[in-house]
Design a protein around this ligand. Sequence first.
Ligand code: MN
Ligand code: MN
Length: 265
Amino acid sequence: MFLHNKRMMYTVRVDAPNPMFAKMLLEQFGGPNGELAAAMRYFTQGWNEPDAQRRSMLLDIATEELSHLEMVAQSLHLLLKGSPAELVDQVEGNYLGDLLNGKMPDYVNLSLNSGPNLLGGGGPRLTDSMGAPWTAAYIDTIGQPAADLRSNIAAEARAKITYERLTKVCDDAGLKDTLNFLMSREVAHQKMFEAALDSLASNFPPGTLAGDEALNHAYFQDAASYGTEGATDEAAGFDLVQQNSQWGFELDQNPAAHAAQEPTP
Ligand code: MN
Ligand code: MN
C-alpha cells in the first residue's frame, strides 16, 4: 500500500517559467537516467531480493525516487506556466506569422515545443528531452545482487551527472536549489549501493561459477603494429591494469594461440 503524503520531500522552487529548460528537464522525468526509470529499477529489484536488508534498502530508495519524480513533475509544471500551450491560445484565430513580427522568442518556443504542446497540453509527458517515449528497456536488471548493485551504482552516477549538467546550464536560482537537492540524493544513493556491494561476502566475479583462473587473469594484447619503428603504446593497456589492480595480470601477446589448445572440461 502506498499512502500519498502531499508534502514534497523538499520544497520545489522555480523563479520563472522557461519552456526550453522544461524540455531539457524531461530527461530526468521520462529519460533513461530519470526518476521513473530509477524508481522502477529498484522497485522490481526489491521484489526479487531474498535478503531482507537489501530488500528494505531497495524499496526505500525506490519510494524516494518516486518522490523525486513528483519534484521533477512540479518543476516541469512551474517551468511550463506561460508555455506554448498558453501562447497558442493567444494567437488562436490569428495568422501564426504575426508571431514573427517582433516576437521571435515566443515563436521559437512555440515551434520547438510543438510536439509536447500538441499531445501534453503543456504538461509533462513521459519522454526524454528529445521526445523518445519512456521504456522498460532502460532497466538492465539481471537478478543477481553483485551484478545489479554495480549497475545501480553506475545508474546513480549517470543520474548525478545528468543533474550536474542541467545545473550548469540553469540560470534560475530557485531551480538550481531544487536540482542540487536531487543531485545530492543521487550521490547518497550511490554510497548506499556501494555499501550494500561491500556487504556481500563474495561479490566478484558475480555468480557461482568461477571460470578458468588463468584466463581470468590474462591480459590479451589484441593490437600489433608492423613496420613501425621505436616504442609503441601496445602495452599501455596492460600497464594500466597491472599497475592499478588488486588481482595481477599475465600479459598474453598471442591470444590466437588459445585456439590450438584442447578444450578444458
Ligand atoms: Mn532520484
Ligand atoms: Mn537515486
